[in-house]
Design a protein around this ligand. Structure first.
Ligand code: DX5
Ligand code: ZN
Length: 219
């Protein structure tokens, strides 16, 4: 069963609470919190995402799917543990070496939170293989991280296929999340390739009724 994690990156100012409420009733499975520090990527959404996540925590029981696009991963983890997310995903490219990757994996788990690792489009999927037995999710970026509303990079579909084949061969039980440019046109090939969690921002938020698009993305 495919799940949908709605990115709240571009929720319209002043319409936040109505939008979060509508997304919950439209049965999004997660709220995808796109945390950007202005260093790992150009945009800085750090404070806004912290406010949104804290607010959602107060008004909803839906799980938070935190996507850290930050250079200082440990600080991001500490700040966002405060909103008790279901999972915190950090970027492999933000870590200096393998030791740091393992350190962060263990730190997140020691704080009773699931852990994911994300890879940018230019990062080879093989680079994440050794960490897979220790994490709950691999977030495959299907666009260059940094903003919403981009077009899915079609070569990322093969990347998801390769990852899916590997985890099946090695019998590793892990979620594959695709993130960026996911809509009714691109979702079918991404699901077929093996992604079982789809992140969508623009495709959902631009619809005047969230329910049908979320339902359609899941089918
Ligand atoms: C990009 C973010 C994605 C993006 C998704 O850096 O990680 O989650 O906001 O938005 P859409 O669905 O508009 O591509
Ligand atoms: Zn994201």
């Amino acid at each position: 069963m495919v799940e949908v994690s709605t990115s709240i990156l571009n929720v319209k100012e002043k319409e936040e609470s109505a939008t979060f409420f509508e997304l919950e009733t439209a049965k999004t499975d997660y709220f995808h919190i796109d945390v950007m520090d202005g260093k790992f990527v150009k945009k800085d959404t750090y404070q806004k995402m912290l406010e949104y996540a804290s607010y959602i925590k107060r008004i909803s029981n839906l799980p938070l799917d935190v996507h850290l696009m930050v250079e200082d991963v440990k600080l991001g983890v500490d700040d966002f543990l405060a909103v008790e997310p279901n999972i915190i995903t950090f970027h492999l490219e933000a870590c200096k070496n393998k030791e740091e990757v393992y350190e962060i994996i263990n730190y997140i788990k020691e704080n009773n939170c699931k852990v994911g690792i994300s890879v940018k489009p230019e990062t080879k999927i093989e680079e994440i293989y050794e960490f897979l037995p220790f994490i709950h999710m691999c977030l495959v970026m299907t666009v260059e991280p940094g903003k919403g509303g981009q077009t899915l990079l079609s070569e990322m579909v093969d990347k998801i296929k390769t990852l899916k084949k590997y985890i099946e061969e090695k019998d590793i039980d892990i979620d594959i999340e695709a993130d960026g440019g996911i809509n009714l046109k691109t979702a079918p090939e991404v699901k077929k390739a093996g992604a079982n969690i789809l992140v969508a921002g623009t495709a959902i938020l631009m619809a005047n009724d969230f329910k049908p698009i979320i339902k359609e993305l899941k089918n």
